[in-house]
Design a protein around this ligand. Sequence first.
Ligand code: SF4
Length: 317
Amino acid sequence: MRAHSKFSASGAERWFECSASVEACEGKPDIDTEWSKEGTLAHWLLEQIMLLLLAGKLAVYGQFEGKPGVSKVMFQHAKNAADFIVELGRKIGAEVLVESRVFLSFIHPEAFGTLDGAVLDYFGTLHVFDFKYGAGHAVRPEKNLQMIFYALALAYKYQWNFARVRLWIIQPRIRGYDGPTYWDVPLDVLQSYVAEFTKAVWRVENNPKFKEGPWCHWCKAKKTCPLKRETRETKAVDVFSNVPLPKGNHDEQKESPTSEADWRKESKKRSLQSKKARSQQKAQSREAQKESKNRGGLTYEGITRDANRIARDLDFY
Ligand code: SF4
């Protein structure tokens, strides 16, 4: 089992930005996903192939064919990366490091990490390599804190005996991949990062603060993080406050006395109008009966009354 680094190289961006994440991640297990397992396997393969090549042996797919998860494609990507690093070392006659543990103990005793590969051309260029097997997000070498961590650790270990530093990213599965990319860092710029790392460690230990960002993606504390929970709650409130309530049950309707009052006023008006119309009709009808009596004629009410009388007489009811 790998020793746990409180200030890890791979998590450098996270603890630089979210200083509270170090404590929040304490004791949490690593998050294993299909992709992280595949990445671990690809790194293991790279290490094995580099060791074979450095020992002057051939590396072919058949040697790894039986290993679960190792495909021809994975082998080829790892082989290409291994060839590139080992060849560079041979060409300039420099020492090649494979899967090496490096330390920033001059900054903090619990700051260490493991680099994929490095080529040490003393008094020339210090080459640091990071192999990325992810295919989604392209990682850039510029100002990459994980790589600066490795470079600082190596440069310090070798008493800064390099003229310059080159940080390489090999990410073969990324769309449009066109070979390894690099960032050249002058030695004085690299040295300025000692202060940056020292300040970041100080923030973690003395003034930890939560801060969300892309670095949350691989954070082991993201399920329990108080800032994430707060963000989720705020989002939930925002979402539900925009959902319209069903008709007749809407708070706005209950709280809308103007429209309800208008509706009541209209209703009262209509009822008064129809009452008035009914009494007018009655009055007109009475007038008509009176006139009809005077003329000896029949009104509708009179006809009905007479018809009822005749029907009773004839025993219709
Ligand atoms: S999830 Fe993000 S904000 Fe929360 S502790 Fe992790 S890095 Fe910090």
